[in-house]
Write a protein that binds this ligand. Structure first.
Ligand SMILES: [Zn+2]
Length: 427
C-alpha cells in the first residue's frame, strides 16, 4: 500500500517519536482511573518543576502566589497554583517559550478570533503525544491515519501556501474542498465515495450535507468516521449529516496550545485525554494543564470555554477516562441589557431547553449591536407558535431587560475561521 508507506516514511522523517507515543496511548487506553490519576500527578509535578526552573514567567508568578512545585501532593493541590490567561501567553510569549535543551521544535500558530495570533513551539515529545492522541481516537473507529480522507478547512488559501498544502495533503492521503461552488462540491463528494473518513469544521460538513441532500441523489459512502473540530457541533447538524453521509459527527475537542482535550468514543461520550491534559472546571470554565507542554508550559490555562465535566459517569465502551458532558460555548463577550449583563451561556440554555422540552432543535447565531437588544438568526422557518416558544424561553433568562428580535429562515453566516454563535459588536 503506497499510502501507508508514504505516511510511515513521512512520520519517520517528521517525528518518529509518534510510534512509541501511540503504543503508549494504546496501552493506557485500558488503564483504570486510579492508574490514570497517578500518572497525571507524576507528570504534573514534573511539569511544574520544569516550568518553575526554566521559565521566568512561571517562576515569578509562582513566587508571587507563594507556591512552589513541591506543594503539589495531590491533584487537588493544583488549585493552589495561579491560572494563566490567553493574554499571558501573548504578552509574555518570550518568557514562557523554552528553546534550550530541545533538539527539534515544531512551529505552531493559532489564529484566535480576535486579531493577534499566538505563536509557540512544541518540543518533539509534545508533538508526538498530540498527534498520537488523535490517531488513538481514529483507532476507536478502525480508521488508519493513512487512509483516504476528505477535509473541510479554510478554503481561502493564498497561492504561496497552496503548494505546501498540496504536499502535506499528499503525505496524509487527503483531499479538500476549496469552495461551495456546485461543481467543486460534486467533485469532492465524488472522491468521498472512496474515502474512509471525513473531517473539518462542523458547520462546513453541515453545509455540504445540505447540498448533497438537496440534490436528492442517493450516493454510497463508506465513511468510518466523520470528525468535527474547532467549532460547536449543533444537534441540528446530526440529522442532516447522517442523512447525507450515513454517520453523525463525532467531536474532537482541543486547541493547539491545550492539546487534544477529549475525543468522542463510539458510545458517544467525550473522554478526556487524561494522559496529556488535566481538565479542571471552575465556575463552569475550562482550565487546562497540558502535561506535555515542556517547551511552552501551559499550566492552569483558562481556555475560554464553558464546559461540564462528569467524573461519575461510566461509559459502556469500558474506558475509565473522565467524561466531558458538554462544551457549552466560548466565554467571549456578555449580553448587555439595559440594567444588567448576562453571560453568553444564556444561548446554550435557551436552545438546549427548546430541544429538550419542545423537540425544537435549531441552528442559530445571535448578534448584538445595541445595548438592550439582540438579533437572533434562526436557520429554520418557524411557525407562529414556535416563535412564541423561542421568545418565551429567552424571557426566562433575560426578562424584559433585553429585547429579542427573531429572524427565522435566515442562512447562518460563516466567514473565514470559526463560526461563532454570538457576535457582539459592543465594547
Ligand atoms: Zn466511551
Amino acid at each position: 500500500m503506497l499510502a501507508k508507506l508514504v505516511f510511515l516514511v513521512g512520520t519517520l522523517i517528521r517525528n518518529k517519536k509518534i510510534f512509541s507515543s501511540l503504543r503508549f496511548l494504546r496501552k493506557t487506553d485500558k488503564w483504570d482511573i486510579k492508574q490514570l490519576e497517578k500518572y497525571q500527578l507524576k507528570k504534573c509535578r514534573e511539569l511544574l518543576n520544569w516550568a518553575y526552573n526554566n521559565s521566568e514567567f512561571y517562576r515569578e508568578k509562582f513566587n508571587e502566589y507563594h507556591v512552589t512545585p513541591d506543594q503539589l501532593k495531590t491533584l487537588a493541590d493544583l488549585k493552589k497554583f495561579p491560572v494563566t490567561e490567553k493574554s499571558d501567553l501573548l504578552n509574555f510569549n518570550n518568557d514562557i517559550q523554552i528553546n534550550k535543551g530541545f533538539r527539534k521544535l515544531f512551529f505552531s500558530e493559532t489564529s484566535g478570533s480576535t486579531g493577534q495570533p499566538l505563536v509557540f513551539y512544541r518540543d518533539q515529545e509534545w508533538d508526538a503525544r498530540h498527534r498520537s492522541a488523535i490517531f488513538r481516537g481514529y483507532s476507536w473507529y478502525n480508521v488508519k491515519p493513512w487512509e483516504r480522507n476528505g477535509y473541510f478547512w479554510g478554503y481561502n488559501i493564498d497561492a504561496k501556501k497552496s503548494r505546501k498544502i498540496k504536499l502535506a495533503d499528499f503525505l496524509v492521503n487527503r483531499f479538500r474542498l476549496f469552495s461551495y461552488k456546485e461543481e467543486d462540491v460534486l467533485n469532492f463528494t465524488n472522491k468521498l465515495k472512496k474515502a474512509a473518513y471525513l473531517e473539518g469544521y462542523s458547520s462546513m460538513i453541515y453545509q455540504v450535507a445540505k447540498i448533497v441532500n438537496q440534490k436528492g441523489v442517493p450516493e454510497k459512502y463508506n465513511l468510518k468516521m466523520i470528525k468535527g473540530t474547532s467549532e460547536k457541533i449543533f444537534d441540528k447538524y446530526h440529522e442532516e449529516v447522517r442523512k447525507a453521509f450515513g454517520k453523525k459527527i463525532i467531536n474532537e475537542y482541543g486547541a493547539a496550545e491545550a492539546g487534544i482535550i477529549a475525543f468522542e468514543c463510539p458510545a458517544g461520550n467525550m473522554h478526556i485525554t487524561m494522559e496529556n491534559v488535566i481538565v479542571e472546571e471552575e465556575n463552569g470554565e475550562a482550565i487546562i494543564t497540558n502535561l506535555l507542554s515542556k517547551s511552552f508550559p501551559i499550566v492552569r490555562y483558562k481556555l475560554g470555554d464553558y464546559i461540564k465535566v462528569n467524573k461519575e459517569k461510566k461509559c459502556s465502551c469500558g474506558r475509565e477516562h473522565s467524561i466531558i458532558e458538554a462544551v457549552m460555548g466560548r466565554i467571549g463577550k456578555s449580553i448587555k441589557g439595559k440594567k444588567d449583563n448576562y453571560p453568553s451561556l444564556v444561548f446554550y440554555y435557551v436552545f438546549k431547553n427548546l430541544a429538550l422540552n419542545e423537540k425544537l432543535t435549531l441552528n442559530y447565531q445571535a448578534h448584538q449591536d445595541k445595548v438592550g437588544e439582540i438579533l437572533v438568526y434562526v436557520e429554520k422557518k418557524l411557525t407562529g407558535k414556535e416563535k412564541m416558544l423561542v421568545k418565551k424561553e429567552f424571557e426566562k433568562y433575560l426578562q424584559h431587560d433585553v429585547k429579542v428580535e427573531l429572524q427565522d429562515g435566515h442562512q447562518i453566516e460563516r466567514r473565514d475561521g470559526k463560526m461563532k454563535d454570538f457576535v457582539s459588536n459592543l465594547d
